[in-house]
Design a binder for this molecule. Structure first.
Ligand SMILES: NC(=O)c1ccc[n+]([C@@H]2O[C@H](COP(=O)([O-])OP(=O)(O)OC[C@H]3O[C@@H](n4cnc5c(N)ncnc54)[C@H](O)[C@@H]3O)[C@@H](O)[C@H]2O)c1
Length: 318
């Protein structure tokens, strides 16, 4: 087994790479160090992984063909495709860029998988795909009401993957992740952003009234889901990967306050059109088929994240 991880220097990618190398699985990582947040964080994410003889890394762009020529010489057997334009907010500003990377870039990855007879392809999709559906979200629901361009681009990728499997038999598992947080987390996402501002005594901006709910998922549970999906390739299948516990943004803030020992200074601004009121994963299918079982609840996860964040701040002196 040799696993290609696209988006390897990103949040989930670097956590996955660490886990695979720890399990003695060779990896090839790819990332173009896109500047959706501080690129030095991405370089730091992968630095410890590259110390391993099991890890190879190339700075490359999934939107170009050169990368795939290089990759086709690397005896890759499995693919985890995480590279993407991420973040809901920016997708309204740069819709074409999101479609290019998340659909055409994904097409390039799928072409690579087909041409190299890859045994199992795992694609990262999102809870945002559920749009206006009622919670709990389950895989039987139609995903045809995306609330933002990011979600539309991921649904596009999912549909492309289905037709690809139908035409060429490529084994593909789609994982819909629910608000992943934890060590190496994305500075543009609420958990990291609020942690940063609360710990500095600065004001945080909450969109809406704080009652919006999210199924916060600790990153080791997300990477466990990926490992299970890699091991049990199906012809074509889709699974929710979440904690299956929907908690309000206000509850998240209270937990961060408790862990940092500081009161948050909150300003409430208008609810954003791109945001769902609530997300909650029905994970019964992933439990039954993959043996997926999330282990870290929000209380413990925020505690672990806070400990990491303090160390991270010390190391990076910001
Ligand atoms: N973090 C979450 O809560 C969450 C939730 C749902 C889905 N996802 C999906 O999981 C995947 C990983 O997300 P993440 O949170 O680690 O995000 P991330 O932004 O930290 O990681 C994505 C990585 O892809 C890289 N990338 C972007 N465009 C590229 C290109 N053209 N070529 C090569 N690399 C490119 C970026 O540089 C980045 O390091 C994404 O596909 C995302 O849509 C994440």
């Amino acid at each position: 087994m040799k696993v290609l991880i696209t988006g390897c220097a990103g949040f989930i990618g670097s956590n996955l790479a660490k886990q695979l190398v720890k399990n003695n699985v060779p990896i090839v990582g790819v990332d173009n160090f896109f500047g959706n947040y501080d690129v030095s964080l991405k370089r730091k994410n992968i630095a410890p992984i590259l110390e391993s003889k099991l890890a190879e890394f190339i700075e490359g762009d999934i939107n170009g063909q050169k990368l795939f020529e290089w990759l086709s010489k690397k005896s890759i057997t499995h693919v985890v495709h995480l590279a993407a334009r991420t973040g809901v907010r920016d997708s309204s500003k740069y819709p074409g860029e999101y479609l290019k990377t998340n659909i055409i870039g994904s097409l390039n990855v799928l072409n690579f998988a087909r041409d190299n007879k890859i045994k199992s392809v795992v694609l990262a999709s999102t809870s945002s795909a559920y749009g206006k559906n009622k919670t709990p979200f389950n895989e039987e629901q139609k995903v045809s009401t995306p609330l933002n361009i990011y979600a539309a681009s991921k649904i596009g990728m999912e549909n492309l993957a289905h037709s690809f499997h139908h035409l060429y038999g490529t084994p593909i598992t789609i994982l819909r992740f629910f608000t992943v947080y934890g060590p190496g987390g994305r500075p543009d996402m609420a958990v990291y952003k609020f942690a940063d501002l609360i710990s500095k005594g600065k004001q945080i901006e909450v969109y809406g009234d704080g009652k919006a709910k999210r199924d916060f998922t600790y990153v080791s549970d997300a990477t466990d889901g990926i490992l299970l999906a890699l091991e049990k390739p199906k012809g074509f299948d889709t699974f929710n990967i979440g904690n299956s516990d929907s908690r309000s943004v206000s509850e998240l803030i209270m937990l961060l306050e408790k862990n940092f020992g500081k009161k948050a200074k909150i300003i409430y601004s208008g609810k954003r059109k791109e945001d769902a009121e609530a997300t909650l994963a029905d994970i019964s299918k992933a439990r039954a088929t993959l043996g997926f079982s999330p282990k870290v609840g929000l209380e413990e996860g925020v505690k672990l994240f806070t400990a990491w964040f303090r160390q991270h701040r010390k190391n990076n002196a910001f």
